[in-house]
Write a protein that binds this ligand. Structure first.
Ligand SMILES: Cc1ncc(COP(=O)(O)O)c(C=O)c1O
Length: 474
């Protein structure tokens, strides 16, 4: 993989900075239709960037019809919608506050197809469904008033105590139940963090590529991305340090263990060094660990959080994906300075994850059956991964075989137009995720993510074969 030179990245960032600055203000209604934009000279001064960069951004805004030009006067915000120009027109649909509101991943996953290779989820047939229903009955016997009770905002105390003991035992972490917050899946944890820690125009560090729904949440908050490529061997730490030093980002969102979409795992040696960098540059590391136990041969290295002594890591340990997706349980772990504001954000969002879900999860998670379930799941996933790799072996596509997780991150030939390939695949009932939506810079056109976790072995074989056939016709 090639590394983008930092000066190219810098000029792209500055250009985006000016473009996004205006867009965010339009989206938030701070600049309304027919309002005048700040002059190029003023904006360049404010953002401490070159006038030409602002000029280029304004030109692109014009090209995208976000603004228009009045001769000898300047740039003005275009009407959002031509209808607005009609006097007396009233729009009947409610306006969202932001057209950044988007979940590109979900849009593809919702398309109904037979060979669903875009869902990075466990095949429900691999979960011990009957056994889980028995547990539901048991839990209601133990807590007869369960349905009539709210959880505390921070999460059920019994569950937090259990999970803190579990994490101390398994990862040698220093924590108590007070350092844990239960959220409704990792997704909610990322959302709460972005609400608490990101203000419009804040710089944040993100991996490239990364979990696209997280990017969409950060965009929604108006963040500016600084990107760090992720390789099978981890990150370029010099680059990380350079970006932390120069831009002082507030957070670094990372998914370092069986990373989505690549499947890569950041090695142990880098974990300690990165925590030291975070402490030095006061950048909060958001460690999203959504599928920790889904390894094939060997457990992954200890979390970044285990190296944190000063409170610069928040650890998101979701159990939602592989234990019980229907219950959506995630533990957010951090020092008090981080957990307290998140509890407030959680109270504003939903006042606490449903207690029923937490209690069912607790009793199931404690059981012997759960351990057997994980062992079986690892084997089933490894077999599925090998099936796809076998079916794609003659395509000439390249990938690093993952050591765990749900996905293959595939590099296709440059000449294969991925968008047309995806459209044709969907027409033939196979879906996958185009890499470009996982790329904060939206440039990774020749990559795709293929999930092998969701469909059964027969469908996986047929789907992968069908995909290889379709690609050959381009
Ligand atoms: C990296 C990553 N983080 C978080 C999530 C959200 O997971 P959940 O909300 O189910 O815990 C996902 C789901 O795909 C993911 O891949």
């Amino acid at each position: 993989m090639k590394k983008a030179s930092s000066s190219t990245q810098d000029s792209k960032l500055l250009f985006r900075l000016a473009y996004d600055y205006i867009m965010i203000r339009i989206e938030r209604g701070e600049l309304e239709a027919h309002d005048k934009l700040p002059s190029i000279r003023l904006l360049a001064q404010d953002l401490k960037i070159h006038r030409l960069t602002v000029f280029r951004a304004y030109q692109l805004l014009k090209q995208n019809e976000k603004v228009y030009v009045k001769e000898k006067s300047g740039y003005y915000v275009s009407p959002i919608n031509p209808k607005e120009a009609i006097p007396g027109h009233t729009d009947i649909s409610p306006q969202t506050s932001s057209s950044y509101l988007k979940n590109a991943l979900a849009e593809i996953q919702q398309i109904p197809v037979t060979y669903q290779l875009s869902q990075s989820l466990i095949d429900p047939n691999l979960l011990p469904n009957l056994y889980l229903s028995e547990y539901v009955k048991k839990v209601f016997d133990i807590y007869p008033k369960l349905m009539g009770t709210y959880s505390s905002v921070q999460g059920d105390e019994e569950l937090r105590e259990f999970l803190s003991r579990y994490l101390v035992r398994n990862h040698n972490l220093q924590l108590t139940e007070n350092d844990l917050l239960i959220t409704t899946g990792g997704q909610q944890a990322i959302d709460l963090i972005s609400r608490v820690y990101i203000k419009p125009m804040d710089y944040i560090l993100v991996e490239r590529p990364t979990y696209s729904a997280a990017l969409d949440m950060f965009r929604q908050q108006g963040a500016r991305f600084l990107t760090v490529d992720i390789y099978p061997s981890g990150y370029d730490l010099e680059k990380v340090e350079m970006l932390m030093k120069q831009y002082r980002p507030r957070i670094f969102y990372m998914n370092p263990t069986f990373h989505n979409p690549t499947g890569y795992t950041v090695p142990a040696a880098q974990r300690k060094q990165l925590v030291e960098l975070a402490e030095r540059y006061r950048c909060l590391l958001i460690e999203d660990d959504a599928i920790h136990e889904m390894y094939f041969d060997q457990p992954p290295p200890q979390p970044f959080f285990s190296y944190d002594t000063d409170g610069w890591v928040v650890y998101l340990r979701s159990f939602s994906k592989y234990i019980s997706p229907g219950l959506r349980i995630c533990a957010v772990i951090g020092r008090q300075s981080v957990i307290k504001p998140l509890i407030i954000a959680k109270s504003l969002a939903d006042n606490g994850t449903p207690l029923v879900n937490q209690k069912i999860f607790l009793h199931y998670f404690e059981s012997e059956r759960m351990k057997q379930h994980l062992d079986k799941l690892r084997i089933a996933l490894q077999i599925r991964k090998e099936i796809v790799e076998e079916e794609l072996s003659a395509t000439g596509w390249t990938w690093d075989s993952p050591k765990g997780g749900f996905n293959l991150w595939l590099k296709l030939p440059e000449a294969l137009p991925v968008e047309a390939f995806l459209n044709e695949s969907i027409r033939q009932s196979v879906s996958f995720i185009p890499g470009i939506i996982c790329d904060p810079l939206r440039e990774m056109r020749s990559w795709i993510r293929l999930s092998y976790s969701f469909v059964n072995e027969g469908q996986l074989r047929d789907g992968a074969r069908r995909l290889a056939d379709i690609a050959q016709r381009f």
